[in-house]
Design a protein around this ligand. Structure first.
Ligand code: PGA
Length: 243
């Protein structure tokens, strides 16, 4: 096992630790490319980035961001789109230029072209310096569900039923949860120079155990991170209780 594990007492400390790593990266290289994630887990990290921006003035003017994924078929201003999530949770509160932020376009007229464009864009801006990931209960990273090739680039996916059920909490009912998404591929994620996987809470304990001790297999997408040269798990004690 090659990745480093940082164990924190609770969610707040996990978020603060991850924020400090990102802030250090941005200070070292103000033109950093940050890979960002949605979901509940990174919300605290974004909160601490905003707090730091407001109190110490770390600037994101030259930073570029790329997000992991987006639902297909939700307008960008839909309250559940990841486009809206990122603006509300982070972009509207720091000095990043909105045209330097990028999220796959889930309403692109030609989704195949969109996936190719997205990978090319990431390459054009020099690749991802540090990528934040959450982890699904089935081991997905981004929306790369079990069975996705480790060689995959950005692509269109059919969401697993378990993923749709997990995300239904944000929608009025399960029928409103999109069935498809565009996600950065596993190879696209692995090309990042550094990766931080965040996990919090008892519900992630089993999946973190499998990540740390289980086999490296496409049936458990996050396991690929064990072959990354610079991947760190930052997780709270509840998520690490079986480690
Ligand atoms: P969560 O989602 O942060 O809301 O638990 C993680 C994921 O599904 O990747």
């Amino acid at each position: 096992m090659r990745f480093e594990i940082i164990r924190t007492e609770n969610y707040e400390k996990m978020s603060l630790f991850a924020a400090q790593k990102m802030i250090t990266k941005v200070k070292e290289n103000p033109r950093s490319v940050l890979g960002l994630a949605t979901g509940n887990t990174p919300v605290g990290l974004y909160k601490y980035l905003i707090l730091d921006y407001k109190t110490t003035g770390t600037s994101y003017k030259e930073v570029r961001t790329v997000n992991l994924d987006e639902y297909i078929g939700l307008d960008r201003d839909n309250k559940n789109s990841y486009f809206t999530f990122m603006r509300k949770r982070l972009f509207n509160h720091i000095d990043v230029k909105l045209h330097h932020t990028s999220i796959p376009n889930g309403v692109a007229p030609n989704l195949e072209e969109e996936t190719v464009r997205y990978d090319k864009y990431i390459q054009k801006i020099g690749g991802i310096d540090i990528q934040i990931l959450g982890i699904g209960h089935n081991g997905h990273i981004g929306f790369n569900e079990p069975g996705t090739s480790f060689k995959s680039r950005t692509h269109v996916v059919t969401l697993a039923e378990s993923t749709r059920n997990a995300n239904a909490r944000y929608f009025n009912n399960i029928d409103e949860v999109p069935t498809h998404a565009v996600t950065m591929g596993i190879q696209s994620i692995m090309d990042s120079k550094e990766i931080i996987l965040l996990a919090s809470g008892t519900s992630k304990a089993e999946v973190i155990k499998r990540l740390v001790y289980g086999e490296i297999t496409e049936e458990f997408p996050a396991s690929v991170l064990r072959s990354h040269k610079k991947a760190t798990i930052i997780a709270d004690q509840a998520a690490l209780q079986l480690i």
